[in-house]
Design a protein around this ligand. Structure first.
Ligand SMILES: C[S@@+](CC[C@H](N)C(=O)[O-])C[C@H]1O[C@@H](n2cnc3c(N)ncnc32)[C@H](O)[C@@H]1O
Length: 308
């Protein structure tokens, strides 16, 4: 039954307990898994934005600080902004050992509490996928306001035009095939974009797209706040050279596809573990192994005991 709540009520509900908050950010309530997925995302963000010790950085939709707590030591100031006070409460606790962090509770699709040009860089991971397209665009306009001219932003959203992205979308669409069409859809349901659409949003919001990656279920964008003239060749060359450290890899996509097949198409869960038995396949293996084991643990009633 779709909910008619607003974003704040939806995410505050999800994060009403610490366990619920962790589950809502990466599908696992396990700190070890959170550390592994956080390190993977933090590496992508740090590379995309070329973070440095002097940077003031904003994370829009920071959740429990999964990424922020790893980036804070690399920069001058990290600001976590989120619509959910409950998420921010958990983030505050998790980042309590960092002196250079701040938290901003948002009340609507706006960064009103934050001053113009007050950040060098900003990023947003797994957030735009959960909002209406109008709000996605309005937040980009707001990011253009709070990031200094010439400053970089990085974000992602689900990718409609990749094979696995489409399979993920088809699942979403199928839920509505027989739904009560007089009811509103869930406010935070998964939303999908195309690279062209993301590029158009960026350009209209005041950004110059520098790198667009779309060979995975995600569209990933690195863009520069307009206003400082032409982008140098050096900046573009750096991003192109580092694109493989920013992109979700073919292995990530393959493992994610298996996850979809197990959770929605009846593929036996052992197939997930078989795929992560060989650590030499790539750095994603330990992360997915921990993630898969945790998923199995939370589905033991249906799948049987986790293999020893
Ligand atoms: C899936 S979690 C991702 C959290 C974090 N970015 C990460 O990758 O660990 C989505 C986060 O976006 C926040 N969020 C959702 N809708 C929002 C909105 N309209 N404005 C600001 N934050 C929002 C949620 O409260 C939640 O913390």
């Amino acid at each position: 039954m779709p909910t008619q709540k607003n974003y704040k009520a939806f995410w505050d509900d999800k994060a009403s307990t610490t366990k619920g908050a962790l589950l809502a950010v990466d599908g696992s309530a396990n700190e070890h898994v959170l550390q592994l997925t956080g390190a993977y995302s933090a590496r992508q963000v740090a590379t995309a934005l070329a973070l440095s010790k002097t940077d003031r950085v904003l994370e829009l939709g920071c959740g429990v600080g999964r990424i922020g707590h790893l980036l804070a030591p690399q920069i001058a100031h990290w600001e976590g902004a989120d619509i959910s006070a409950n998420m921010l409460k958990v983030a505050r606790e998790r980042l309590s050992s960092h002196a250079n962090v701040g938290f901003t509770e948002l009340v609507r699709t706006s960064l009103t509490p934050l001053a113009d040009a007050s950040f060098d860089k900003a990023y947003c991971v797994a957030v735009f996928i959960h909002m209406d397209k109008e709000d996605f665009y309005l937040y980009l306009e707001e990011l253009a306001r709070v990031v200094k001219p010439g400053g970089l932003i990085y974000f992602d959203t689900w990718n409609l035009v990749s094979h696995v992205g489409w399979r993920r979308y088809a699942l979403e669409a199928a839920q509505y095939r027989n739904a009560d069409f007089s009811a509103r859809k869930d406010i935070a349901r998964n939303q999908f974009s195309t690279p062209d659409e993301v590029r158009a949003f960026l350009e209209h919001a005041g950004f110059e797209p520098l790198l667009m990656l779309s060979d995975s279920p995600w569209v990933q964008a690195v863009a520069k706040r307009k206003g400082t003239g032409d982008t140098s060749r050096v900046e573009l060359d750096r991003l192109n050279a580092q694109a493989t450290q920013i992109a979700y890899t073919p292995l990530w996509t393959e493992l994610f596809d298996t996850l979809i097949k197990v959770t929605t198409e009846g593929l036996p869960p052992q197939a997930m573990l078989d795929q992560v038995s060989d650590a030499s396949r790539g750095e994603e293996i330990p992360m997915f192994r921990a993630w898969f084991l945790e998923l199995w643990r939370s589905n033991e009633q249906q799948w049987g005991p986790v293999p020893a």
